[in-house]
Ligand binder design. Structure first.
Ligand SMILES: *[C@@H]1O[C@H](CO)[C@@H](O)[C@H](O)[C@H]1NC(C)=O
Ligand SMILES: *[C@@H]1O[C@H](CO)[C@@H](O)[C@H](O)[C@H]1NC(C)=O
Length: 110
């Protein structure tokens, strides 16, 4: 538990940098095995954004053009080590991706 508190602190400390970064809300997602969760990807501090998208077998989106924030509904997550990624495409044809920090847990193991 102490590890997670520490991790959240690191993620929040990183948020104070007001530059072009991909940010997640919440910064860390917990989802029960077979369950669902939502997260928001936010790159609104970046200029020249063409579009944004989520990549995941559990509710990924295509590239949504003309937006700089996007929600994902992760549904029926049945993989322990899934790595949903948010990606943004800039108007200069470059792309940036970031993995959502996610923890899949099971009630049975607690
Ligand atoms: C995205 O981040 C910006 C800057 O931190 C904030 O002003 C805005 O409300 C956020 N948008 C969403 C949808 O969370
Ligand atoms: C494209 O734009 C992004 C965001 O402004 C910037 O970080 C990146 O360096 C640019 N890449 C090129 C090749 O100009």
């Amino acid at each position: 538990m102490r590890f997670f508190v520490f991790l959240i602190f690191i993620l929040w400390a990183g948020k104070s940098a007001h530059s072009c970064e991909i940010e997640f809300r919440p910064p860390l997602v917990f989802v029960e095995f077979g369950g669902s969760a939502t997260a928001n990807c936010n790159a609104s501090l970046c200029s020249n954004i063409d579009g944004i998208g989520w990549e995941s077998p559990y509710g990924g989106t295509g590239l949504i053009e003309g937006q700089s924030t996007l929600n994902v509904n992760l549904e029926n997550v049945k993989e322990w080590n899934t790595e949903p990624q948010c990606y943004i495409v800039f108007s200069n044809d470059t792309q940036r991706t970031k993995k959502l920090p996610i923890t899949v847990y099971s009630k049975l193991l607690r």
